[in-house]
Design a protein. Structure first.
Length: 170
C-alpha cells in the first residue's frame, strides 16, 4: 500500500507487488544469506517461488575473536562458533495464491530441518507456530519471511536441536 494524492491510500495490485519482489530478489538482498526467485518464469500468475536460507552463525565472530584474543583462548574458537545451522543451505518453496499479499503465502521447507514451527513430516511452516505468518500484514514480503525464519533458527529453542543429515529432503 502506498499513499496517493491528498494522503489517500492506494492498494498496489498483486502482480505489481510480486514484480517488485521478483526484482528485489533478483538483485540480491541483505547480507546474501537469504534469496528467492520464481520457480517458473512463464507463470504469469507468479505463484510458485523458491527460497534459500544459509544457516546463521550463533555469535558475532569479530566480537568473539577479540574477547578470545584478550583472554588467550583462541583454541576454543571452532567449538564456540559452531551452531547446528551454521553453513547449512536450506531450500524452501513459497506459494502465493490469488489472495497474496492480503494473506500470507504457504511456506514449506524442501530441505529437511528440525524447528519448532516446522511440521516434521511435511516441512510445512505452521502459521500458528510462526509469528510472522500468524500475524500477517499486507506490507510483509517473502524476504521478511525468509529473514525471520533465519532469525528463528538462531533462537534458543531452535539453535541446538538435532538436525537431519544434510542433503535430505521432505
Amino acid at each position: 500500500m502506498t499513499l496517493g494524492s491528498a494522503g489517500s491510500s492506494v492498494v498496489v495490485p498483486r502482480n505489481f507487488r510480486l514484480l517488485e519482489e521478483l526484482e528485489r530478489g533478483e538483485k540480491g538482498i541483505g547480507d546474501g544469506t537469504v534469496s528467492y526467485g520464481m520457480d517458473d518464469g512463464d507463470d504469469i500468475y507468479m505463484r510458485s517461488w523458491t527460497g534459500t536460507i544459509i544457516g546463521p552463525h550463533n555469535v558475532n565472530i569479530l566480537q568473539l575473536l577479540l574477547c578470545l584474543q584478550v583472554l588467550k583462548l583462541c583454541s576454543f574458537l571452532p567449538f564456540i562458533c559452531q551452531t547446528v545451522h551454521e553453513g547449512r543451505i536450506y531450500q524452501l518453496k513459497l506459494f502465493c495464491d490469488k489472495d497474496y499479499p492480503e494473506k500470507p503465502p504457504s511456506v514449506r521447507f524442501h530441505s529437511r530441518i528440525n524447528m519448532t514451527c516446522v511440521n516434521h513430516e511435511t516441512g510445512v511452516v505452521e502459521p500458528k507456530k510462526f509469528g510472522l505468518l500468524a500475524n500477517w500484514q499486507r506490507e510483509y514480503t517473502m524476504e521478511d519471511i525468509l529473514t525471520q525464519l533465519k532469525k528463528e533458527m538462531a533462537a534458543p529453542h531452535n539453535r541446538k536441536l538435532v538436525q537431519p543429515p544434510e542433503g535430505t529432503y521432505f
